[in-house]
Design a protein around this ligand. Structure first.
Ligand code: AHM
Ligand code: MG
Length: 338
């Protein structure tokens, strides 16, 4: 029987590390542990239909949304794995009001990195077998090693991320990440339990033909966004319009499709949610870093996402991300609003 050659995530990380002079392996260890947590969460997500894990856990998370059982499990799993890595000294998670630290644990306090994460995004889709995802952004701490992490460690603008990624639990499970030198995708081969390199140096088309937005909120969008949606719907052969609308309501899945095919994802402000819905630290920033690394663009309509100075760990931000020309177009229309 013929075998086949694969490059696993672990192997890839080791090779990448070897190409960075003086790299100590700390960062590689951190990424490795994220991969381990992703595999465990994947197993549970796959099993979700079989065991009594579906449904709400009876708690409300910090945004007042009902937490699903799988959210809690994923949160716990990633926290444990990050702690085990000994490289992470603090976590900001969508599921926890305060940042997570391990002050009793000197080894962990010595860690050089903080992680901002949404352990299971798109959780309203859990019960209906639609793709969900994990999102993470990694920063080097600015407070001295060995001491308690401070809020300043988390209040760094997105361009300070040393790496960011997402895991999509979909028809297959993928881990996509960037460490600032391109975007790489790994597909989980369940038969060997390894993430295998499947997408080398992902580049997103500068122009796309898909727009993804919750159009049910149309009446509440800023005029510039309404104008952009009308533009997408307009008929124009040279630009390939009308564009297609595709909206799963699961950021990772919507973004991943648009990244590969070309398109724009938007979560604009509405009257009820003047800052939009998505969270800057653990949803917008990691996705924005990946988008830019793939040649795309990410903005809040007026400003580059990665330049925004965070003010609190759960802060929300309007979000426009994807193919560079499409994001520029909506920015241009928004700027006419005055
Ligand atoms: P969540 O973090 O509570 O899961 O919410 C984030 C999700 C995104 O994945 C998705 O793009 C968006 O919420 C969908 O929101 P809406 O249902 O308002 O369109
Ligand atoms: Mg989320």
């Amino acid at each position: 029987m013929q075998g086949y050659t694969v490059k696993t995530l672990t192997q890839f990380i080791i090779e990448q590390q070897a190409s960075i002079p003086y790299a100590t392996g700390e960062f590689s260890r951190l990424l490795y542990h994220i991969g381990v947590a992703a595999k465990i969460v994947n197993k549970k997500v796959n099993k979700a239909g079989l065991v009594d894990i579906l449904g709400e856990a009876g708690h409300v998370n910090v945004q007042g949304e009902a937490q699903k059982k799988l959210d809690l499990m994923a949160n716990w799993q990633f926290i444990q794995s990050l702690r085990n890595s000994r490289e992470c000294c603090g976590i900001a998670s969508e599921e926890d009001q305060e940042v997570i630290t391990w002050d009793d644990d000197q080894l962990t306090r010595d860690g050089n990195y903080v992680v901002c994460m949404d352990p299971l995004d798109g959780s309203s889709n859990i019960d209906v077998n639609v793709s969900i995802g994990t999102i993470f952004g990694i920063y080097r701490r600015i407070s001295p090693r060995g001491e308690r992490v401070t809020m300043d460690d988390f209040m760094q603008p997105g361009h300070k991320q040393v790496a960011a990624g997402y895991v999509i639990y979909g028809s297959s499970t993928m881990l996509v990440y960037t460490a600032g030198n391109g975007v790489f995708g790994f597909t989980l081969d369940p038969s060997i339990g390894e993430f295998c390199l499947s997408n080398f140096l992902i580049k997103t088309p500068a122009e796309g033909r898909i727009y993804s937005v919750n159009e049910g909120n149309f009446e509440h969008f800023p005029q510039g966004v309404k104008d952009y949606i009308r533009y997408c719907q307009g008929v124009d052969k040279p630009t390939g319009r009308p564009y297609s609308t595709r909206y799963i309501g699961s950021l990772v899945a919507d973004f991943h499709r648009n990244l590969l095919k070309g398109g724009i994802y938007m979560y604009p402000p509405t009257a009820a949610a003047p800052n939009g819905k998505l969270r800057l630290l653990y949803e917008c920033n990691p996705i924005a870093f990946i988008a830019e690394q793939a040649g795309g663009r990410a903005s809040n309509g007026a400003e580059r996402i990665l330049d925004i100075q965070p003010e609190s760990i759960h802060q929300r931000m309007p979000f426009y991300v994807g193919s560079a020309h499409m994001v520029q177009k909506v920015e241009e229309l928004l700027s006419h609003e005055g």
